[in-house]
Ligand binder design. Structure first.
Ligand code: MD6
Ligand code: FE
Length: 197
């Protein structure tokens, strides 16, 4: 797990937020629900790139189209591909960028990211807006955990040993960033989904 504080400067963060606003007009935020129970997530989501991660009563999966509009996900902006190239240490393109939007009070329970075919690729996360308390542990549920704060502009690379660690967001600290006028937090995670040939 490697944190790159302030990997994006303020201007780059603002440009990325603008690109995300355009993308969300094409692929609106949706509220996923948990498999089986149908319990809603507290975050809203959308995706960029050829594949997007979705969750509904049928399960977790990647799919090429938005669950509500049926249209392909918008393209990933070049700045995201550049960050992947720079920090992922992986020779193939990412295929999915999951966009999570946290309002005040939203959180994300401890989970592993294991819906991808190739765990040799890291997951690269980018934080925008209010600071989040990120919790992470080892590859076994119920083990020791620790926390770190993710600030606007930080990049976190979860690869190697850490690729299958349990992690989540305990809470978002309101009023800690001026990037998003209405407050809240956006997290982007870039993933390679399919095994390259
Ligand atoms: C978040 N992040 O920061 C949630 N997953 O809002 C994740 O679930 C995550 O930060 C895989 C790798 C890095 C992450
Ligand atoms: Fe995750």
């Amino acid at each position: 797990m490697t944190q790159h504080p302030a990997a994006l400067d303020r201007a780059a963060q603002e440009a990325l937020v603008e690109a995300l606003r355009s993308a969300v007009r094409l692929a609106p935020l949706f509220t996923p629900v948990m498999p089986r129970t149908g319990r809603p997530f507290s975050v809203r989501m959308t995706n960029l790139g050829p594949l997007g991660w979705v969750s509904d009563r049928a399960g977790y999966r990647y799919q090429p189209t938005h669950p509500e509009t049926g249209k392909p996900w918008p393209a990933m902006p070049q700045v995201l591909l550049d960050l992947w190239q720079r920090h992922a240490a992986y020779p193939h393109l990412p295929e999915a960028c999951l966009v999570n939007f946290y309002n005040q009070g939203a959180k994300m329970g401890l989970h592993q990211d294991r819906d991808e075919e190739d765990f040799a690729a890291p997951v690269l996360s980018i934080s925008l807006g209010d600071t989040a308390v990120f919790r992470f542990g080892g590859a076994e549920r119920g083990g020791k955990t620790q926390t770190l704060k993710l600030h606007s502009g930080d990049v976190l690379v979860m690869g190697g040993e850490a690729r299958l660690c349990f992690h989540g967001i305990d809470r978002v600290l309101g009023g800690t960033s001026t990037l998003l006028k209405e407050g809240g937090r956006i997290n982007l995670t870039l993933r390679r989904v399919t095994r390259p040939n």
